[in-house]
Design a protein around this ligand. Structure first.
Ligand SMILES: NC(=O)c1ccc[n+]([C@@H]2O[C@H](COP(=O)([O-])OP(=O)(O)OC[C@H]3O[C@@H](n4cnc5c(N)ncnc54)[C@H](OP(=O)(O)O)[C@@H]3O)[C@@H](O)[C@H]2O)c1
Length: 238
């Protein structure tokens, strides 16, 4: 493990993962818009401010990062958000912006990272998918479209890069207790067993990196032990 690039490193799963790598003295390059949510004093942490929904800016962004950090050998493609509404509540622009962040940015960054890793014949890529990439449910049309898309991309990519020394893994969590729910009208019930902790996901990623390189863990599906939801606004709970 030389250096890890994490998108969405300022909060939730990305932040917990960055903290675990830093604790183990693995240097981290983190991308997010608002790094003030996670100020780390470690010299091993390099925060980069960028809005990943601005797709046209990504080729330059990632090319510069890879030039400055050619030792990146782990990529955690994690940044994302959730919007849960009936489909007719979204404007065409909102649909485009949502898919830009939650699907197209992952594919675009990966396009450049794969070339880099293939040239080094070494790399590990993790995508943070979701249980919504396994089953579609009402009000999750856009979220499921992005996560199913990510899953298809991930499967095909794994096949494409398998002989180049690059492993590809997708994690599909159910509810994780993070600020993801701050702007939503629901959240996991406060009982501990109703949500995965972001540190659990960080640990799984770290453990997977220690498996023998000849074994690829394709997908990991994980759920809270029980599922109970709190609705913040009772009118919107069905
Ligand atoms: N929480 C769950 O229940 C759950 C379940 C399954 C899957 N997931 C997936 O896990 C991933 C991480 O979510 P989380 O739960 O950790 O949520 P979170 O705490 O809200 O973190 C989201 C991260 O993404 C970054 N981000 C959002 N929009 C961005 C943009 N336009 N440009 C750059 N960075 C952006 C945020 O940074 P800034 O705001 O600073 O830009 C933040 O660091 C997402 O892909 C989500 O779909 C979450």
């Amino acid at each position: 493990m030389k250096k890890v690039l994490i998108t969405g490193s300022s909060s939730g799963i990305g932040k917990a993962t960055a903290e675990l790598f830093l604790k183990n003295e693995v240097p981290v390059v983190g991308i997010a818009r608002q790094h003030k949510k996670f100020i780390h004093t470690s010299k091993l942490y390099k925060p980069i401010e960028a809005d990943l929904s601005l797709i046209e800016s990504l080729p330059k962004l990632i090319t510069t990062i890879l030039k400055e950090h050619p030792d990146i050998d782990i990529f955690i493609s994690n940044a994302g958000n959730g919007e849960f509404q009936s489909i007719e509540n979204f404007s065409a622009n909102q649909i485009q912006n949502f898919l830009n962040l939650n699907l197209i940015s992952h594919i675009t960054l990966c396009r450049f990272i794969v070339s880099h890793m293939k040239s080094k014949k070494n790399g590990n890529i993790f995508f943070i998918g979701s249980e919504s990439g396994l089953t579609g449910k009402k009000k999750a049309t856009l979220y499921s479209a992005a996560k199913f898309g990510l899953r298809g991309f991930c499967q095909a990519l794994r096949d494409e890069v398998a002989s180049s020394g690059v492993r590809v893994c997708l994690l599909n969590p159910g509810f994780v207790r993070t600020p993801f729910f701050e702007h939503l009208n629901f959240e996991p019930h406060e009982l501990e067993r109703n949500a995965i902790e972001p540190t659990d996901i960080a640990k799984i990623i770290f453990d997977l990196l220690h498996t023998r390189f000849g074994t690829n863990i394709d997908e990991v599906n994980l759920s809270p032990t029980t599922k109970s939801i709190n609705f913040k606004n009772k009118k919107n709970d069905n």
